[in-house]
Design a protein around this ligand. Structure first.
Ligand code: UDP
Length: 456
């Protein structure tokens, strides 16, 4: 088993090179991994795009190498735009990355570099590294179940599950339980075109790499991890929840409003609903209004993140007139929260989430049950696990109506089954603590990962 000092060889620190995909939900886990590997003795170099570039001043311990990405234009709104942007970014970075990687290898000397860890969505980056004889590892920032779905995608298209037909939405996918058709990766109308290409590239990136790193843990996804280990020729390292291994907040692209933590201090235990839909999901003005009136009508204290650009077609979303007066003293609306700390706060009793994988993990690890309202990508599949596998939340589906929102919030926060979900979430929190504690499965996987990196 690797010792902590094993990243130092012959008195010299080995280097690890990182390349995150430039979205919040991908940057956070990559920076957590950076921190973890740095603590194990690796010198860290982060290659990054200009789009959503990290702030080097917040990470003085790492070296940063910008890679021109040739992108311009507004941030993506629909999933199709995100897919197109990822494919364009990866292609545009390739030539510049080749030059910068070659320069870094010359500077550090090839032997001093252990490997490159890149986001699995960046296949061209893996190909460049392989051509320059740099071993690679792939970081997938979603669940193990989600990666299984990526790998099964061509089969699902061939068998006619995809693109999703309205009449088949509730049909079970017998090849991929517990998913139904509507839980499969949502890539918009182009699910068998550019979206399929994106997933296929991620699977290829993992296959050409020397290993797959997943931000999940054994007690949460044992069966899915076993399936991946059976099906993949490369080792799988389940080292999550990554945010439990290093401090919060240092990779946020938006400024976090920390005043909400003070506000939470005055609230009774498990009394507050925290509502946030991550960094990319967008809703209509109508849905914003139904959400607002549902929250107001529930009578439950709340913290609500209304991110700039969250409402489709308007840079400055406006809450409905009268909402502030109706909820005064009972809630707080902010543009970005220190989410991990909010979820950890004893006053928070429920999370209305879009079920991005990071948000789902952060909620599970703090024992907070969830109201699930999903938008695209892996979110539906994550919500399926929340409701039907772990029983720590339930979906608010269909057309959003204030009455249904009110009822769902009350059920989660004050209902009997809400309390049962909270109790089960508490058990998952304990399981996560055991995995990250001394001798726990994730700690052992980190040791194996470090040993593997040193052997490449
Ligand atoms: N987040 C945050 N403040 C917020 C909302 C989200 O810091 O107000 C963080 C959250 O803790 C998570 C990430 O942003 O780590 C969002 O990732 P996720 O996978 O949940 O969703 P995505 O943004 O990729 O859809």
């Amino acid at each position: 088993m690797a010792a902590e000092s094993s990243a130092v060889q012959g008195g010299r620190r080995r280097h690890v090179l990182l390349f995150p995909l430039p979205y919040q939900g991908h940057i956070n886990p990559m920076f957590r991994l950076a921190s973890l590997l740095h603590a194990r003795g690796f010198a860290v170099t982060v290659f990054h795009t200009h789009f959503n570039a990290p702030d080097p001043a917040r990470h003085p311990q790492y070296r940063f190498v910008p890679v021109p990405d040739g992108t311009s234009g507004p941030p993506p709104v629909a999933i199709e735009d995100v897919v197109a942007q990822i494919l364009a970014l990866a292609a545009a970075c390739e030539p510049a990355f080749r030059d910068r990687l070659a320069a870094v290898l010359e500077e550090y000397s090839r032997d001093a570099v252990a490997c490159l860890i890149a986001d699995a969505q960046l296949l061209p980056i893996f190909e460049v590294a392989t051509k320059l004889a740099v071993p690679t590892l792939a970081l997938r920032t979603g669940s193990a179940a989600c990666f299984k779905c990526f790998a099964a995608y061509p089969l699902l298209c061939e068998k006619g599950y995809l693109p999703v037909k309205e009449s088949q939405r509730d049909m079970p996918v017998s090849e991929l339980p517990p998913y139904r058709v509507r839980d499969l990766i949502g890539l918009g109308d182009d699910s068998c075109g550019a979206g399929r290409e994106l997933l296929a590239r991620a699977v290829t990136a993992v296959k050409v790499s020397s290993g797959l790193i997943l931000n999940t843990f054994d007690a949460l996804e044992r069966r899915e991890l076993e399936d991946l280990r059976r099906d993949l020729a490369v080792p799988v390292f389940d080292i999550g929840p990554l945010h439990k291994f290093s401090p919060a907040g240092d990779s946020s692209l938006l400024r976090q409003d920390r005043s909400c933590l003070e506000w939470l201090e005055a609230r009774p235990p498990a009394s507050v609903l925290y509502a946030s839909f991550g960094s990319l999901a967008c809703m209509s003005q109508r849905d914003l209004e139904e959400t607002a009136w549902g929250i107001a009508g529930s009578g439950v204290p709340f913290l609500w993140v209304v991110r700039p650009g969250m409402v489709r077609g308007s840079a400055h979303q406006v809450l409905p007139e009268g909402f502030e007066a109706a909820t005064r003293g009972r809630g707080m609306v902010m543009s970005w929260a220190p989410q991990e700390e909010v979820l950890r706060h004893r006053a928070v009793g429920g999370f209305w989430t879009h079920n991005g994988w990071n948000s789902t993990m952060e909620s599970v690890c703090e024992g907070v049950p969830m109201l699930c309202r999903t938008y695209f990508g892996d979110q539906m599949g994550n919500a399926r696990y929340v409701e039907h596998v772990w029983s720590v939340g339930f979906e608010v589906g269909g057309e959003l109506e204030r009455g249904a929102v009110e009822a769902a919030i009350r059920r989660l926060m004050t209902g009997e089954d809400g309390a049962e979900m909270r109790a089960r979430a508490g058990e998952l929190k304990k399981a996560a603590e055991e995995c990250t504690g001394k001798g726990g499965s994730s700690c052992l996987a980190i040791d194996k990962l470090v040993a593997h990196m040193m052997s490449l």
